[in-house]
Ligand binder design. Structure first.
Ligand SMILES: [Zn+2]
Ligand SMILES: [Zn+2]
Length: 421
């Protein structure tokens, strides 16, 4: 008869019994460990005995006696000195045949301590492990520049609390330490210089600059940008942000990418780091997808037969067209009042029908220039609802080309290619 108890996942758990046999040490260990998990204790390998010819014939796997005292044991802990607790005798003793079969010889099931509740049992040493998916996640977030100390914090959030993380901070740090040793070059500076030189051989437009500390001769700062990043900067460098939230430990320097927005309003990195290359490649793929979609398919124009929207659809990328169309549609909820007219310059007050939020628009009919107090064009690069309203009441139905910013068009990068060719 095989006695079974069910663990949390509903899988049957085998209770160790004299006479059970296993094909390997791992199978034997796994059997006792899954029993230990279902009951609430941790195990470790102990006494090992060899024959005269050095082959293994006996092994004990024992309770590691790290069971925590129950919450209701206050009267016991008062009477008992916790540090002199006797070792627990719960164990399974295996005999190993010359053929390598592991057979249970002796079993002690009783413990001299409280067992751990099912929701904490994964914290015990023999039940802690980092699953493959978590290992990959650790590698990914490390590549993204997260510092080792922050990795465990991430998993606390990920698993919804420290008590749910199936491995300890130490397990996590050990894994990171092992990974790091794989990459740590004998000579950082030499490796870095060689890397940069090779990059320049591959890509003649690759640029780098190094600042060396005068006192100790160590690299204190370095900067680099490849051809792609330089081209992006030429096209979209009109607005950049300098982001120092990325940290790296490899050379103990902060990694500060210069980040911008391409013509699809997607994030781009102007200067890249080898560890970030995958991330930059993904971003570039997004850009290529959006380029393709913008150039070879047409947006649905929600208000058809309007020249202004047609021009915008022809010029702007899909994302920008939808922003523009939204702005265009909003104009119809505004009223417009002529404040003054001097020569060819007309000044309007544009007001929403319901709110006290007005904008002043100055329109020069002759020069076809328009400005609005909301400054949307100056900030974002597309005309606002107020200016579009004023165009509309002044019978301007074609979008003036000077207000189609090249950086927002489908062919934002074309000029750059032409210049280079
Ligand atoms: Zn025990
Ligand atoms: Zn405006």
């Amino acid at each position: 008869m095989v006695l079974q108890v069910d663990n949390k996942q509903g899988e049957p758990v085998i209770i160790p019994e004299i006479g059970m046999s296993f094909k390997s040490e791992d199978d034997a260990y796994d059997m006792y460990n899954s029993y230990a998990k279902s009951v609430g204790f941790s195990i470790r390998k102990s006494t090992t005995r060899y024959r005269a010819d050095k082959t293994l014939y006996q092994k004990h796997i024992v309770c590691s006696n790290q069971g925590q005292r129950g919450q209701h044991s206050s009267h016991e802990t008062l009477n008992e000195n916790a540090t002199t607790r006797a070792w627990c005798h719960a164990r399974v003793q295996f005999s190993i045949s010359r053929e390598g079969i592991w057979t249970v010889q002796k079993v002690v099931l009783d413990h001299n301590h409280y067992l751990v509740s099912p929701n904490k049992v994964h914290k015990l040493r023999s039940h802690r492990h980092i699953i493959e998916a978590d290992k990959q996640l650790i590698a990914q977030i490390r590549e993204a520049g997260i510092q080792p100390a922050q990795v465990y914090e991430f998993f606390k959030q990920w698993y919804g609390g420290a008590e749910n993380v199936p491995f300890s901070r130490m397990d996590c740090n050990n894994l990171i330490g092992r990974e790091r040793k794989k990459y740590l070059p004998a000579n950082d500076v030499q490796t870095l210089l060689e890397y940069l030189k090779n990059k320049q051989l591959e890509d003649p437009t690759f640029f780098y600059a190094i600042q060396v500390d005068e006192d100790d001769g160590r690299i204190s700062n370095f900067f680099w940008a490849d051809g792609q990043a330089i081209m992006d900067y030429a096209c979209f460098g009109d607005a950049v942000s300098f982001d120092t939230t990325f940290q790296t430990n490899k050379f103990e320097m902060p990694f500060a990418p210069i980040i911008g927005t391409n013509h699809h309003k997607q994030t781009i990195i102007f200067l890249r780091k080898e560890e970030c290359e995958k991330c930059a490649t993904d971003l570039r793929e997004n850009e290529l997808d959006a380029d393709y979609k913008s150039r070879y398919t047409n947006p649905i124009i929600h208000i058809p037969h309007l020249a202004m929207l047609k021009t915008a659809a022809k010029s702007y990328t899909r994302k920008l067209y939808s922003d523009f169309e939204k702005e265009f549609g909003e104009q119809f909820s505004f009223t417009c009042q002529l404040l003054q007219s001097e020569g060819t310059v007309r000044t309007f007050k544009v007001m929403p029908t319901r709110f006290q939020d007005e904008a002043i628009v100055v329109f020069n009919l002759e020069e076809m220039t328009i400005t609005c107090s909301c400054r949307k064009y100056e900030c974002i690069g597309i005309l606002c609802r107020h200016t579009l309203r004023v165009f509309n009441i002044n019978d301007v139905f074609i979008l003036p080309t000077q207000y189609i910013l090249n950086r927002w068009t489908k062919y934002a990068k074309r000029e750059f290619y032409c210049e280079k060719a």
